[in-house]
Design a protein around this ligand. Structure first.
Ligand SMILES: [Zn+2]
Length: 225
């Protein structure tokens, strides 16, 4: 009996010895499987927390696009600047320039027989030559006087006011009319006793927002200067 027990033990230990590698492998597989299961479980949690972490930065990202909006809002101020259009006049009449702006030099006026400054721009042309509005604006007044003939006053942007004197009575605009640059507002005529010595011509004046007479030449297209 003892012998058979010993034989059995010897057989068992021989089996163990024979299949030691197999047993070790099984243990290893179980261990690996457990590790894999554990890492999966923690990974699942970590990816969940990663998603959470991602969603919070995402909300941060949407809030970081908000600060971008002010920069986008600053862009409209960019296009707003070109909206300040440079004011360029057309010539009020085609003809010979017979008087230029001078506020520091006295010019003799043969008609009035006196020396005075000439703060205007005079263009001589045949009677009936169209007189054009130099820039978009609104007709402020249409008047007639012995001295200045028929006179049209047009207000523009930037506080500018243009005055067209010595016109014929057949003006083509009325008070309150909107006029565009180049629109005919009247005709050159032999009207008014003021500057009669220059013959039929347009006496053109320009006022700034302060009500001061200024040289209109600065607003003419460079080729017209
Ligand atoms: Zn003049």
């Amino acid at each position: 009996m003892e012998k058979s027990k010993r034989v059995k033990n010897a057989k068992f230990s021989a089996f163990i010895k024979k299949n030691l590698y197999l047993i070790l492998m099984i243990v290893c597989v179980i261990a690996i499987a457990t590790m894999v299961a554990v890492t999966y479980a923690t990974r699942g949690r970590s990816t969940d927390s990663a998603v959470d972490a991602n969603t919070t930065p995402n909300t941060d990202a949407t809030t970081t696009t908000d600060p971008n909006d002010p920069t986008e809002q600053s862009e409209p101020t960019g296009p707003a600047e070109p909206a300040v259009e440079e004011i360029v006049f057309c010539l009020p009449a085609e003809g010979e320039v017979v008087g230029v702006f001078s506020n520091d030099t006295l010019v003799y006026n043969a008609t009035l027989n006196q020396w005075s400054t000439h703060e205007a721009y005079d263009v001589a042309a045949e009677v009936g030559t169209p007189v054009k509005c130099v820039y978009d604006g609104t007709v402020k007044s249409v008047t007639a006087s012995v001295l200045r003939g028929t006179e049209v006053v047009v207000t523009h942007t930037d506080g500018l006011t243009s005055v067209y004197s010595l016109l014929g009575s057949d003006v083509s605009v009325a008070v309150g009319d909107s006029v565009k640059k180049g629109d005919t507002i009247g005709k050159i005529a032999e009207s008014g006793t003021f500057e009669k010595h220059k013959g039929p011509h347009l006496h053109f004046e320009l006022y700034n927002s302060a009500g001061e007479k200024i040289d209109p030449v600065q607003y003419f297209e460079s080729t017209d200067k």
